[in-house]
Design a protein around this ligand. Structure first.
Ligand code: CA
Length: 221
């Protein structure tokens, strides 16, 4: 199981990431402190670092510099405010593998985590996922349903991917909101139901089952 270090001093975001990464099968550990992040990153027990810029103690840039100077090739994904993307990219100086602008969608971060861990291990990369007659090509972002090609918008694809990865399991509206739309969602929003309807029209209504009072699930094989 891959161990992922989260260096983030906003507790809400750290908790959101910890929960999501654990649900995705990773072993996350979180720290709000830059000095501790450096120690943990260099401990050899960590497979990937999600690094925020603003931290207690040394900031994200200092953490990145310290671990690269120590010779670590640990994959690093930087989290940065959307308004300071330019500064961040300039400040990275090639030391980070990727960055994400906040607010971000969890599934998008997860896709990058998978990609980084995969390029580390160079294992056979799965470019398609399949469940219940629905196949999604993660590279072309296209779907094939019962042998028929389906074009999906970016959001529809992410929603479909979440359902396929959790095939047969009921996902609540809240879970779908936080995984597909990110943590800045309005819990009263009906956007999930709207997108489920779009997806049903494209995939065929029998593929997505409504579980009354609980949420939705993909019909498993
Ligand atoms: Ca921060």
């Amino acid at each position: 199981m891959s161990q992922i270090l989260i260096a983030e001093d906003e507790l809400r975001i750290a908790a959101f990431l910890t929960k999501g990464l654990r649900a995705a099968g990773y072993a996350p550990i979180a720290t709000a402190d830059g000095a501790e992040a450096i120690d943990l990153a260099l401990s050899g027990d960590v497979d990937l670092l999600i690094l925020d810029i603003g931290l207690h103690g040394p900031d994200g840039f200092a953490v990145l510099r310290a671990i690269r100077q120590a010779g670590s090739t640990l994959p690093v994904i930087i989290l940065t405010a959307r308004t300071s993307v330019q500064d961040t990219v300039a400040g990275l100086d090639g030391g980070a593998d990727d960055y994400m602008a906040k607010p971000f969608r969890f599934e998008e971060l997860l896709a990058r985590v998978r990609l980084r861990l995969r390029s580390e291990t160079t294992s056979a990369d799965a470019t398609t996922i399949t469940a219940g007659g629905v196949t999604l090509d993660l590279r072309t972002r296209q779907g094939v349903v019962d042998g028929r090609h389906v074009d999906l918008s970016a959001r529809e694809f992410t929603l479909a991917e979440t359902l396929v990865r959790n095939a047969g399991q009921v996902l609540s509206r809240e879970q779908l909101l936080s995984r597909v739309w990110g943590y800045d969602f309005d819990p009263g929003s009906n956007v999930v139901d709207v997108y489920i309807r779009y997806l049903r029209n494209k995939l065929g209504p029998e593929h997505i089952i409504t579980v009354r009072g609980m949420g939705y699930r993909l019909a498993a094989d």
